[in-house]
Every structure is written in structure tokens, then in C-alpha cells.
Design a protein around this ligand. Structure first.
Ligand code: ARG
Length: 561
């Protein structure tokens, strides 16, 4: 039941559509005056009357019914009180009936969304800087699925460039198969760093490295086998982390996959006259749009990052026929995406408008940012493990007899990391703090998990939930909690529309806070049957929604903590 449109439907305001009225209706934070309010000063101009008069007139003509049971006009506001019992029955019934499916919709049926996320670089560390793209993309993946979309998760691997020639050089020169098998990315990085140290003294090495890279491109067997192996080793390393974070992909087609697929793009650019020569290179001039040129081919004929992204976009459109193609990539690449989308538009692709750069801010650790160059890398795996260890020590201290301690600690540690990364709107830079994300009393994953476990414990003690009193008059704590639960489907939709998983973390915290307030203010188990059962049903609905919301973020909800 959508109360705002229900109210708007019943109001007749000259010159304002139902949608306009709906969008103006608010839910006041303090509901002592009513559960919904319409500020009437917005209509003063069209109706040429003072807001107070408008509110009074609207009040007099509004017919109350068994949904909206009271209307008042106060200081130019129209306040509506809903039939709380009616709302409660409807909402509880829906949640109990749908369970895990509560919040799903068919909105996206028949539509496809591609999400390019995580998109790691081969033979490079999977570090804390990749946290946001991985968990924002992972959450959007689950959110869109929940809304009925066909979702294609793509890990656009960074597996192209002369660095792979360098790596082959280094491996052939100083590498050892066993050591690489064992050390994986860490060993490959060691070789890469060694290459750079040596190449400083002996620059001719770079020519050889470039040659190796060319050999990869030309399909040389040995070089390709090595290259493939480096890729496999990298994926073995990151898969561990993906598993912990509950992240999956449908495609690992990375940059090198498009090696032989750039021809169409280049031909079309040429035919449309967009491709121009500049200092030997081929570019698309974007001066008119206030941007530097988009580089398509270097003077030696090599393609660039943008060329491969253009080819990948063509491929995705053809292969998946997406309605939207999202790129979850840091804001440092704003210009790249603006240029690349502009080029698609200039190429006359009507679907250029469906390309979205889902940008996000930087993550740094409290003790300063990480830097790959200086080898001061913070591996994501280490961050997650450290959170799990810290969670285990909290559990050991607070609840030493808990069964499955390790498993629970892992769920809490991982939950803390994911929730922490998704806690503020994505564009904000974040400073990652272990203490902050693991604070059981803060606005954190562990706090929501703890609330979930608390609700389950109430339900265990309460036993079977019997019939509750349909005429039970909800108090404010109960009503606030219930209203939040009712908003869940809408929150999912909005978070998809805005590409903002932080709306789900915010929501999970709000529900948890409302539940805890209800839990501390209202007795549940000692009450008479009708009341007790209502409160147990509300508790059941709450735990269902918390678990559901956490699962959209890839966070598990342990039964006991
Ligand atoms: N591998 C790139 C990086 O680490 C991100 C790739 C993003 N996806 C894309 N299609 N450009 O910066």
C-alpha cells in the first residue's frame, strides 16, 4: 500500500497533478501531529491564497475513511493520521508471506543491466583501493537481480600492456616456476620490481620487453602460455577474496579479449570522419565539448585503454543488448568515461545514453594512503583477515561459549569490511578504520548483525507466534519500526535508481535502531497473548528484513553472536 499516492488521489488541488502532490507529501520525523504531512505553501502561488487558508479548505473537503482516519490543518500543513492497525496487518502479512522474497519486484523483467566492476589488473596486487568497486558493484548486482533484471557481472581484466612483456622478461631471467606457483601475485610483483631496478641501469631491456609484448599480441605460443599462466595465478589469488565477499562474475573478458575486436570501432571512426591525425597518433577531437582529445591509436599503431573500452562497449551491446551498462570505477577516471561516452554519442549510437559511470571516492587507511610504487601496498585479503581476527577476539571476550565461533567471526569481520565500504554515499572519500567498522554499537555491519541475532533470540524464547489482536493500538516505537519495514521495497528501487548501495546500509542501521528502541522500551514476552503475539510478529518481520537487506550487500547474518 502506497499511502502517499492514496492521499494524493483523494486530494483535489487545482493545477497540481497526482504525482506532484505525491512527491510533496512527507513523513515527519516526529509523528505526534500525524503520520504524513503536506506542506501547502507550495500551492500558494497557483491558488493565490495563503497556505493556512489552503490547508483549512483541503481539510474540510477531505473525506476520512478506514485508511486515513484523521486530518488536521496546522500552520499551513495538512497532517494525516493513518489507521495504524490496518497498516500493521497489511505490512506484517506481506513480510511474513513473502519472507526472503519481500522487496523483490518484476520491475526489471525483460531488461538487462551490465555491470563492469572490480576489474582488477593482472599480476598486480588486489589492494584496499579495489574494495569499493568490488563491493559497490557486487551490491548493485544483487540489487538489480532483486528487482527482476537480467544482470551481467563483468570483470574487465586489466590484462593488456607492455608490463606483461616486462614480466615475461623478468620471469625468463630470474623466475622460478615453483616460487611463482607458490607466491603468485606477490612473487610476480617481486619480479616486476626487480625488472624496474635492473632496467634503470640497462635501458635496452625495455626493447626486449616490448618485443615480448608484441609476441603475446601476435599469438606466440610460449609468451601466451606464460601470459595465460600469470592471469590464472592472479585469479586464484583474487577468487579467495571474492568468495569471502560473496562476489561473482558472469564474464572475465578483459582488455586483451578485445585485441581483435577494435577494427569495427576504428573503421566506423574513420568513415564518420571523427578520426584525425595528430602528431602521428589517431585521435577524436573533443575540443568542442571542453575535453582533451580521446586517443585511439598511438603513433606506433598500438591501441589505448579507451580504444579497448569502445570495443568492449560494442561487444556488450551486441552480446547482451543491455538497457544499461554501468562502470563502477573510481572518480579519477571521470574524464576517461566522459570522453569514451562522448565518442559513442558522436558515432551515433543511440545507446550512448545508457552508459553510466558509477564513480566513487578513494579509500585510505588511517595510517596514510597506500602506494603501489613504493611497495607499501595494503592487500585487501589482509584487511579482511585482520577484521575477522579482531571479530574473533571480541567474541572470545564477550561470548566465549558461542558455537561456531570462527564461522561467526568470519561473517562479522567480512560484514564489517563490506558495510564499512558502503556506509557513506559512494562519491565520498573514506578513511578505513578497523575500530570504526567493527564497533558493535556504531552504525556498522556488526551492529545490524547483532540486532538480527537479538531478534532471533527473542523469537526463540517466544516460541510459536499465535494470533495477534487485530485491533491492537500500536505505540510510536512499534509504528515507527513498522513504517520502516514497509519502506523496504521502495528503498531497494531508489538505491538501484541512484546506484547507491549506501541507501541499503543506511536503511539497515535505521531498522536496527528502531528495533532496539522498541526492544528496550516495550516488554515482549511478559505481555498478554494478543500483545505478545503482535510484538513477536513484528520481531519476526524485522529479522526477515534485516537479513534480507544484509544479503543484498553480500553480508551474512549469523543466528547467534
Ligand atoms: N583495470 C582498471 C583499473 O584498475 C579499471 C577498469 C574499469 N573498467 C573499464 N571498462 N574501463 O584502473
Amino acid at each position: 500500500m502506497d499511502y502517499k499516492s492514496y492521499i494524493a488521489e483523494k486530494l483535489n488541488i487545482e493545477g497540481a497533478t497526482k504525482e506532484e502532490i505525491t512527491s510533496l507529501i512527507v513523513t515527519p520525523p516526529d509523528n505526534s501531529m500525524g503520520d504524513y504531512a503536506l506542506p501547502c505553501f507550495k500551492f500558494a502561488k497557483i491558488l493565490r491564497k495563503p497556505p493556512v487558508a489552503i490547508a483549512t479548505e483541503l481539510k474540510n473537503s477531505f473525506e476520512i475513511d478506514d485508511v486515513i482516519v484523521k486530518v488536521t490543518a496546522v500552520n499551513g500543513y495538512l497532517n494525516f493520521t493513518v489507521n495504524r492497525q490496518g497498516k500493521a496487518s497489511a505490512v506484517l502479512k506481506e513480510i511474513l508471506l513473502k519472507g526472503e522474497e519481500y522487496g523483490s519486484s518484476t520491475l526489471g523483467n525483460g531488461k538487462t543491466v551490465c555491470i563492469d566492476y572490480s576489474s582488477i589488473n593482472v599480476a598486480k596486487p588486489f589492494h584496499i583501493g579495489h574494495l569499493s568497486t568490488t563491493v559497490i558493484g557486487g551490491a548493485l548486482y544483487k540489487i538489480y537481480k532483486k528487482l527482476g533484471y537480467n544482470v551481467v557481472g563483468i570483470n574487465h581484466l586489466g590484462d593488456y600492456g607492455t608490463q606483461f612483456g616486462k614480466l615475461i622478461y623478468a620471469y625468463k631471467e630470474w623466475g622460478d616456476r615453483e616460487a611463482v606457483e607458490k607466491g603468485r601475485v606477490k612473487e610476480l610483483m617481486r619480479l616486476y620490481v626487480k625488472y624496474h631496478d635492473e632496467a634503470e641501469k640497462n635501458p635496452s631491456m625495455d626493447d626486449k620487453a616490448r618485443e615480448y609484448f608484441k609476441l603475446i599480441e601476435q599469438g606466440d605460443k610460449e609468451c601466451n602460455e606464460l601470459f595465460k599462466w600469470f592471469k590464472e595465478l592472479t585469479l586464484l589469488d583474487v577468487d579467495k577474496v571474492y568468495k569471502q565477499l560473496g562476489i561473482t562474475f558472469d564474464s572475465y573478458n578483459g582488455e586483451s579479449f578485445f585485441n581483435d575486436k577494435m577494427g569495427v570501432v576504428i573503421d566506423e571512426l574513420q568513415q564518420s570522419g571523427l578520426l584525425v591525425e595528430s602528431e602521428g597518433a589517431k585521435i577524436v577531437n573533443l575540443e568542442e565539448y571542453g575535453m582533451p582529445p580521446c586517443l585511439i591509436l598511438r603513433s606506433d599503431g598500438a591501441s589505448l585503454y579507451a580504444t579497448r573500452d569502445l570495443a568492449a562497449a560494442y561487444y556488450r551491446k551486441k552480446e547482451y543488448d543491455f538497457d544499461k551498462c554501468l562502470y563502477v570505477v573510481a572518480y579519477q577516471q571521470n574524464l576517461h568515461f566522459k570522453q569514451f561516452f562522448k565518442v559513442l554519442e558522436l558515432l551515433g549510437k543511440p545507446w550512448a545514453k545508457d552508459m553510466v559511470h558509477v564513480a566513487f571516492g578513494m579509500v585510505s587507511l588511517e595510517d596514510g594512503t597506500m602506494s603501489t610504487r613504493k611497495g607499501k601496498v595494503v592487500f585487501l585479503e589482509d584487511v579482511i583477515n585482520k577484521c575477522c581476527e579482531k571479530a574473533l577476539s571480541v567474541i572470545n571476550e564477550k561470548n566465549p561459549d558461542l558455537e561456531n565461533k570462527e564461522e561467526t567471526a568470519n561473517a562479522v569481520g567480512v560484514g564489517a569490511v563490506i558495510f564499512g565500504a558502503l556506509s557513506s554515499s559512494r562519491i565520498k572519500d573514506i578513511v578505513f578504520s578497523y575500530d570504526k567498522v567493527l564497533n558493535f554499537d556504531g552504525e556498522t555491519g556488526p551492529y545490524c548483525q547483532y540486532t538480527y541475532a537479538r531478534a532471533l533470540s527473542v523469537l526463540r524464547k517466544g516460541g510459536e507466534i499465535g494470533l495477534y489482536d487485530d485491533n491492537y493500538a500500536l505505540n510510536d516505537d512499534e509504528y515507527n519500526l513498522l513504517s520502516l519495514l514497509a519502506e523496504y521495497p521502495e528503498i531497494i528501487k531508489q538505491s538501484a535508481e541512484k546506484y547507491e548501495p549506501s541507501m541499503i546500509t543506511r536503511y539497515a542501521v535505521d531498522v536496527s535502531e528502531a528495533f532496539n528502541k522498541f526492544y528496550f522500551d516495550c516488554k515482549i514476552l511478559g505481555e498478554e497473548e494478543g500483545v505478545k503475539n503482535f510484538r513477536l510478529a513484528l520481531t519476526f518481520a524485522t529479522k526477515t528484513v534485516i537479513k534480507n537487506a544484509l544479503s543484498l550487500l553480500g553480508i551474512k547474518a549469523p543466528e547467534k553472536m
